[in-house]
Design a protein around this ligand. Structure first.
Ligand SMILES: NC(=O)c1ccc[n+]([C@@H]2O[C@H](COP(=O)([O-])OP(=O)(O)OC[C@H]3O[C@@H](n4cnc5c(N)ncnc54)[C@H](OP(=O)(O)O)[C@@H]3O)[C@@H](O)[C@H]2O)c1
Length: 274
């Protein structure tokens, strides 16, 4: 039987590429977007475009109901929708931080709450949550974003245990930096709208300069790499929970596994050099 996936945040970037990947692999795809008019791609009998705003519980419930009605079942849900935040914490309005947590943490929780009864009535299903390398290695000027992704990561791991007896599996995909999505342009707009206190400017400028250093070709993951990793996480039968993608993610995870002193030395070089 053809399997069905629902992907959140399919308007652009990793979500769009992930929806295309599942279509290319022959799956039924429920590509969900805040505004379905933003979808770009060929129509297909195996494609359902559905409005879904992860911050709006009613739209989440309606999208899951429409997906199961249209395709008869739902096998995998990919919680990809998310927002970044690049800003000094001190001057970031609490409402902006609440928006980040509502989108990146409560959003996937709303989706999971809506799909669990469907999975349980079908006898199983799988949830793939897209976190970030910032969940493993906290990044300066992305404190709230990293905290939200770390929260999603910890939540995913704990719920994966809880669901052991229900044949519902939870997986995490942890990408590092991926250029070419709308993520950093949206971050830049938010950064410009939040004042940076003068005392922070030298540090902020150093971090921005560090972003401009180009690593060797192939070090960072591409959108296709992430989409392929999400597909692997959705279909893997080996019991692996966390799927990391990107040289920076792998390096960060490796550093994190060293002694505290070695990790401290690594992160000082990484974020405080110069
Ligand atoms: N790019 C990276 O370097 C990177 C690295 C690690 C992890 N990630 C994670 O990967 C995921 C996708 O990011 P991306 O790089 O592909 O960025 P992107 O191009 O900006 O895509 C973000 C997607 O999330 C959607 N979204 C935002 N708020 C939403 C909401 N309330 N309800 C539904 N959809 C919403 C956006 O929809 P709209 O078009 O409606 O805004 C868009 O489709 C995010 O969870 C991000 O944290 C990205």
């Amino acid at each position: 039987m053809t399997q069905t996936v629902l992907v959140t945040g399919s308007s652009s970037g990793l979500g769009h590429r992930t929806a295309q990947k599942f279509l290319a692999e022959g799956w039924n795809v429920v590509a969900t977007l805040r505004d379905p008019a933003q979808w770009s791609g060929e129509p297909s009998e195996r494609l359902l475009l559905q409005a879904l705003d992860v911050r709006d519980e009613a739209s989440v419930t309606a999208a899951v109901a429409a997906a199961t009605e249209h395709f008869g079942r739902l096998d995998v849900v990919v919680n990809n929708a998310g927002m970044g935040l690049f800003a000094v914490f001190e001057t970031t309005p609490p409402t902006v931080i609440e928006e980040v947590f509502d989108t990146n943490v409560h959003g996937p929780m709303r989706v999971i709450r809506a799909v669990l009864p469907v999975f349980e009535s079908q006898g199983g299903g799988r949830i793939v949550n897209v976190t970030s390398s910032a969940a493993t290695v906290p990044v300066p000027l992305q404190a709230a974003y990293g905290a939200s992704k770390a929260a999603l990561s910890a939540f995913s791991e704990a719920v994966a245990y809880e669901l052991t007896d229900s044949n519902v599996q939870v997986k995490v995909v942890e990408p590092g930096f991926v250029a070419a999505t709308n993520f950093f342009e949206a971050n830049r707009r938010r950064f410009e709208s939040i004042p940076t206190p003068e005392t922070y400017l030298p540090f902020v400028q150093k971090q921005i300069a560090a972003f401009d250093v180009q690593p060797p070709a192939g070090y960072f993951a591409t959108e296709d790499d992430v989409a392929a990793t999400v597909f692997t996480a959705a279909t893997d039968q080996g019991g692996q929970f966390r799927f990391r993608v990107g040289g920076d993610t792998l390096d960060g995870a490796h550093a994190r596994q060293q002694s505290d002193a070695e990790y401290d030395a690594w992160r000082t070089t990484r974020f405080m050099a110069g």
